[in-house]
Design a protein around this ligand. Structure first.
Ligand SMILES: [Zn+2]
Length: 204
């Protein structure tokens, strides 16, 4: 395997990138001058060195002075509410809509409908631990599930409710879903602020 082929294989691992696109990236880099390629290499290394993952909500963030992200460490955050989302980009959409002031938990994926091995797709163990901690430490009162409104999102919503039900019943925590305010097929990441505001209003 030559180096063109090797780098092509690496790019092919990126989400949504196939063989042809991967090869186009390689030739793009071959046409760029060396300083561009070096800078790109440095940037890739520094996201691994400088970006931390929040141990409470699992958001990737950059801050040398804090171990928790801005939302988790702020005294202005409403600690009684926890919003469960699929990925980092969803958090940005919700923050932009300025409708929610509570805490977040990034699930890291959705559960495929046909699988025998659910826990490998999402942070379910981490979620259960976080919820228990937040009930005891932060007086958590409400959990809002905010996943995309597609079959996999709805399947994951049901799975989360089932997994959370013992702890929710034990501590009388309210659990709601954002889904009703979104139309079918909606991805949270691409929803505008108005849609998100409506979804919060209609949560049930
Ligand atoms: Zn955090």
């Amino acid at each position: 395997m030559d180096n063109i082929e090797k780098l092509t294989q690496k790019f092919k691992e990126f989400p949504g990138i196939g063989e042809r696109q991967a090869k186009r990236f390689v030739y793009f880099l071959l046409h760029k001058n060396p300083s561009y390629v070096k800078e790109l290499g440095d940037e890739i290394l520094s996201i691994k060195n400088k970006i931390k993952q929040c141990p409470s909500c699992y958001l990737f963030f950059q801050n040398d002075n804090f171990d928790l992200c801005e939302v988790c460490s702020s005294s202005k955050t409403d600690k009684t509410s926890l919003l469960i989302i699929e990925k980092d980009a969803d958090m940005e959409s919700i923050k932009k809509s300025k409708t929610y002031n509570g805490m977040y938990f990034i699930l890291g994926g959705l559960v495929p409908i046909v699988t025998k091995d659910t826990p490998t797709f999402i942070r379910i163990k981490e979620l259960l631990k976080t919820v228990e901690e937040k009930i005891k430490k932060d007086n958590l009162k409400e959990i809002v599930i905010a996943l995309s409104l597609n079959p996999q999102g709805e399947h994951t919503d049901m799975y989360l409710r089932e997994m959370l039900s013992p702890i929710i019943n034990k501590y009388q925590i309210k659990i709601v879903s954002l889904g009703r305010g979104l139309s079918t097929g909606t991805e949270l990441e691409y929803s505008d602020s108005e849609t998100i505001k409506n979804a919060f209003k209609n949560r049930s």
